[in-house]
Write a protein that binds this ligand. Structure first.
Ligand SMILES: Cc1cc2nc3c(=O)[nH]c(=O)nc-3n(C[C@H](O)[C@H](O)[C@H](O)COP(=O)(O)O)c2cc1C
Length: 201
C-alpha cells in the first residue's frame, strides 16, 4: 500500500494541518506496517502556479507543444504520476479565509487534467483515478463542521469524486484559535474522527 501525503499549509513549521496529516499517516502506518509513505510538503516544495502559461501548455496537444510548453506540462504530469501511484491520499488542509491555501489549490489544479485524471463522457464526467481512497485532515481556527460555512467538506467531496476517489473520510481539528481549551478539544475530536475513519479501513 502506498500513501501519498500532501501537506497543504503555507507554513513549514507549526502547521496544524500538517500535524493532523502526520497523525493520519502515522496511524495508517501503525495499522499497515508494510505501507510506504511519500510526503509532499507544499510549503517547502511548492508546485508551480496554475497560470496562463500552464493552461496553454496543458491544453495544447502533446505533439504540438513547444519545448517550453513540454517542460511546463511535464511538471504537472510528474505530480499526477505520484498521485496515480498512490493507493491512499492523505491531505492536510488549512482553512484560510473560508477556503484552502493557494499552495494546495495550485496542486489540485496541476493534477486535475482532462483525459488524465478525469474525462467527460456522454453520461457526464468520469474520474480516472481508480481504486483509491482519501483521508482529509482539516485544521481550522474556528468552528464550522456541519454548518453552511464549511465550504471545504463539500469542495473536497466533489473534487475527489470528480477525479474518481469516492472513498473519502474527513478528520476535523477545529477551534484551534479559540483558546487553549478549545484547541485541545479540537485535536481530541480529530483523534476521534481518525479512529472512526480507520475502523472503516
Ligand atoms: C491567512 C489566514 C487565514 C485564516 N482564515 C481562517 C478562516 O477563514 N477560518 C478559520 O476558522 N480559521 C482561519 N485561519 C486560522 C487557520 O485555519 C488555523 O491557523 C489553522 O491552523 C491553519 O492551518 P495551518 O496551521 O496548517 O496553517 C486563518 C489563518 C490564516 C493564517
Amino acid at each position: 500500500m502506498k500513501i501519498l501525503q500532501i501537506n497543504g499549509s503555507a507554513r513549514s513549521e507549526g502547521a496544524h494541518s500538517t500535524t493532523i496529516a502526520n497523525r493520519i499517516s502515522e496511524r495508517l502506518l501503525q495499522e499497515h506496517p508494510a505501507a510506504q509513505l511519500e510526503v509532499l510538503d507544499l510549503s517547502v516544495n511548492p508546485v508551480r502556479v496554475f497560470d496562463e502559461a500552464a493552461i496553454q501548455a496543458l491544453f495544447t496537444p502533446a505533439e504540438a507543444r513547444t519545448a517550453q510548453q513540454q517542460e511546463r506540462a511535464a511538471h504537472s504530469m510528474a505530480l499526477v504520476a505520484r498521485l496515480q501511484q498512490a493507493d491512499v491520499l492523505v491531505l492536510g488542509v488549512p482553512m484560510y479565509n473560508f477556503g484552502i491555501s493557494s499552495q494546495l489549490k495550485d496542486w489540485i489544479d496541476n493534477v486535475s487534467l482532462n483525459q488524465v485524471t478525469f474525462r467527460y463522457t456522454a453520461n457526464g464526467p468520469e474520474g480516472l483515478l481508480k481504486n483509491k481512497r482519501a483521508l482529509v485532515g482539516f485544521a481550522r481556527g474556528g468552528l464550522y463542521r456541519g454548518t453552511e460555512a464549511d465550504t471545504q467538506t463539500p469542495y473536497f467531496r466533489a473534487w475527489l469524486k470528480f477525479v474518481g476517489i469516492e472513498d473519502v473520510q474527513f478528520v476535523y481539528a477545529e477551534g484551534l484559535n479559540m483558546g487553549e481549551e478549545a484547541s485541545q478539544a479540537g485535536f481530541a475530536a480529530a483523534e476521534q474522527d481518525l479512529a472512526t475513519a480507520l475502523a472503516q479501513f
